[in-house]
Design a protein around this ligand. Structure first.
Ligand code: ADP
Ligand code: MG
Length: 702
């Protein structure tokens, strides 16, 4: 992508050398000139403006002050040790404080000298203060020199880097030197027609202006250009992966709809499909007639009817002579799918088998045989389905439930189960925002069920502060008296398992006192139980022998108990939005009005308040995921943590949604017109696939 020169190890840049190169690698993962160029400033400061000390207040961002150093001293011991300095201008005095790098900084401070200070001001006991400011000896020439540079870049650095004089300023010097020497070798990687069409700044110009902008407008243009490039290259790669897969893997053709589907649709399906379900079925129908392997992600809230759609797609596969399977992340879920599907299709219609870790050797042997002979058409299970010994006669359609528990590798394993790989439908009940889906699942097609079946009573969500706990107990008793069952969930606190258990134990204690035997029975489920004990406790609840199930979040992706119509979430402020939504999805499965009670302490953080209000306001998982994205940023959304795809350097999936959507469409067009990127004007794009240094984790995609 760049001239060779930019791949030079950073060690060889003037002013770096072996030692600092080592620190740059360790602290900022900067290995090459190119990496350094891509260490963009996180903000710019208007260095034409100087503040007076009396005008400083807490609300200001980073500011510049010219002041004289009066005195300095080191105070405190060990962990309270700090360097304090007092400076003064003609309007007042200000205290400066450092907690780190004390020794080194102390030496550089000379009482009596004037400095240009730069930092984030605060006030402490009514006094102006700045911690860890940048300090430059003041001189009229220096001030003039800075006058040229109206917007000065601020780079992230670390304490370690600062010890090697690589604070923001130090890094700035390196980048300036690099641009001066090698700026001309930054080559354009977008075709001219794209630059023109989207009015983009040239690449070399963009790098220069992002670091050292000529003015604010140029800075914005530079950032836009590099955002565009980043999103564009990523989409180019994702969509090419998809294209290559289409070329490489032929797909089985399901050209007919036969008896199984029709029989089910006309005589067994007990309800009308929602429009969303019909639409998705149509999408799958189209995918499976093209002769290309389908890889489709199906998103939809719990209870939106994904499983039914999956089943009906499977019936079409069976009508065309193929076998099908559903893979679930846990035995409980696999079991549940098995029960549900047997329930809707009936015993005499089609044989359904369950294969999990606990399937007996004998039953397993029978399943293996019937799979190999092709008699068994529907197999449901866990990872056990993809073990090497499990051989299918003609596997044609695979459903994977709960995407993020299975990696790309496991998907690939499924593909090898037949000479022509089966079509794959991945279902997830954790809706993720559209822009994230475009990136995370950018190589898949995405279907969405955004409509609940008619007549479903929406779950009513209430938020109670601790002070209304008695009201909550009263409510629980009313519901139990009506014959309902109740979940009570405690948060799992990762940092402290002990605290977790204590939380749960205390909670259980209170519940036991409030709901005593013999009138009430309680199941308790937590991570410390052995699997068999856990299963036994769950079973007691599923069978209705207990009315209350007290649990940590282990039930999150689990049981379906239609009679359980109340979900109580303790310390609800501690849960993330998507987790709250997942938990709430455990109820609302039966005919009764369901409730979700969010219990929280009285004082909430602003984010905590938004989360709980959002839950009260909406049941729509997509809406919730958008708000979650706004609150937490793309890297923290459930199910995305491990993905390097979201480590974008310039673009931000939260704020650049429209740009991304525009780019995605455009890249689709580019490939539609020129799938091989063979046209002369597209030649330059091919370089994107050769570079290992694109700043993107390409290996995570392919
Ligand atoms: P999901 O897999 O999305 O959680 P399911 O397919 O398990 O949803 O459906 C949830 C419940 O709703 C099931 O009991 C199912 O039979 C029922 N259901 C599905 N689609 C409809 C529909 N169109 N109308 C009424 N009930 C439906
Ligand atoms: Mg389901």
């Amino acid at each position: 992508m760049n001239g060779q020169a930019l791949q030079t190890p950073v060690e060889y840049l003037k002013g770096v050398g072996a030692t600092r190169a080592e620190v740059l690698k360790k602290e900022l993962a900067i290995y090459t000139f190119d990496d350094l160029l891509k260490h963009f400033p996180f903000r710019h400061i208007d260095r034409t403006r100087f503040y007076k000390i009396k005008d400083i207040n807490d609300d200001l961002p980073y500011v510049q002050v010219i002041a004289r150093l009066l005195r300095k001293e080191i105070l405190g011991e060990k962990h309270t040790k700090r360097l304090v300095a007092i400076v003064q201008d003609d309007t007042g005095i200000m205290e400066l404080v450092w907690f780190q790098g004390i020794k080194w900084i102390e030496k550089t401070l000379i009482p009596g000298k004037a400095y240009v200070l730069f930092g984030k001001p605060s006030s402490f006991n009514g006094k102006a203060q700045m911690s860890h400011p940048e300090m430059d000896l003041y001189s009229p020439e220096a001030a003039k020199r800075k006058g040229n540079l109206t917007l000065q870049p601020v780079y992230s650095s670390t304490e370690k880097l600062k010890q090697f004089t690589l604070d923001s300023k130090g890094i700035q010097k390196l980048v300036a030197g690099l641009l001066e020497q090698y700026g001309n070798t930054i080559s354009e990687n977008l075709p001219l027609y794209i630059l023109n069409r989207f009015k983009l700044m040239g690449r070399a110009d963009a790098y220069r202006n992002f670091h050292f902008p000529e003015d604010a407008i140029k800075l914005a243009e530079a950032q836009h250009r590099l955002k565009f490039e980043e999103l564009f290259v990523l989409q180019l790669k994702l969509l090419r992966t998809k294209l290559l897969r289409v070329q490489k893997f032929k797909g089985n053709i399901f050209d007919k709809v036969g008896t199984y589907f029709n029989e089910f649709y006309h005589h067994k399906l007990p309800f009308e499909l929602t429009n969303a379900q019909k639409r998705v079925l149509k999408e799958i129908r189209q995918d499976t007639q093209r002769g290309v392997q389908m890889n489709r992600l199906l998103q939809g809230d719990v209870g939106s009817g994904k499983t039914i759609v999956a089943l009906m797609s499977m019936l079409i596969a069976i009508d065309n002579g193929f076998q099908t399977c559903i893979m679930a992340p846990t035995e409980i879920l696999a079991n549940q799918h098995y029960q549900t599907i047997k329930g809707v299709i009936g015993d005499d219609f089609l044989e359904v088998a369950l294969l999990t870790g606990s399937t007996s050797q004998k039953a397993r042997r029978v399943i293996h045989e019937r799979l190999e002979s092709g008699e068994l058409k529907i197999l449901i299970g866990t990872h056990a389905l993809i073990e090497d010994k499990v051989q299918y006669q003609n596997l044609g359609f695979v459903v994977i439930d709960e995407q993020h528990r299975f990696g790309v590798e496991q998907r690939a394993k499924l593909w090898r189960k037949n000479t022509i790989p089966p079509h794959v439908l991945v279902m997830t009940a954790t809706p993720i925002p559209r822009t994230l889906a475009m990136t995370l699942y950018g190589d898949l097609d995405v279907s969405v069920i955004d409509e609940l079946p008619a007549g479903r009573k929406p779950i009513e969500t209430l938020h109670f502060y601790e002070s209304r706990r008695l009201r909550m107990f009263g409510f629980m008793k009313e519901e139990i008296a009506k014959g309902r069952q109740i979940y009570v969930v405690y948060p799992l606190i990762k940092e402290s398992e002990k605290l977790d258990l204590k939380n749960l134990e205390d909670g259980t204690e209170i519940m036991r006192r409030e709901f005593p035997l013999p009138q009430y029975h309680i199941s308790i489920v937590h991570g410390k139980l052995k699997p068999a004990e856990k299963e036994a406790e769950m079973q007691r609840f599923i069978k209705g022998q207990t009315q209350i199930m007290v649990a940590t979040t282990v039930i999150e992706v689990g049981v379906n108990v239609p009679n359980a119509s109340v979900m109580i979430i303790e310390n609800a402020e501690r849960f993330g939005l998507s987790q709250l939504h997942q938990l709430r999805g455990r109820v609302g499965r039966g005919a009764e009005q369901s409730y979700c009670l969010l219990m929280s302490k009285d004082k909430l953080s602003p984010d905590g308040r938004v989360r709980l209000n959002t839950m009260v306001k909406t049941n729509n998982g997509f809406e919730i995921s958008e708000i979650d994205l706004q609150l937490r940023g793309p890297g923290n959304i459930e199910g995305t943590q491990q993905s390097g795809l979201l480590d974008l350097k310039v673009a931000d999936l939260t704020t650049d949604q429209e740009l991304l959507i525009q780019i995605r469409k455009f890249v689709e067009d580019v490939f539609a017109k020129d799938p091989q990127l063979a046209a002369p004007e597209n030649q330059v794009l091919n370089q994107a696939f050769q570079s290992k240094h694109a700043g993107l984790s390409w290996d995570k995609i392919s």
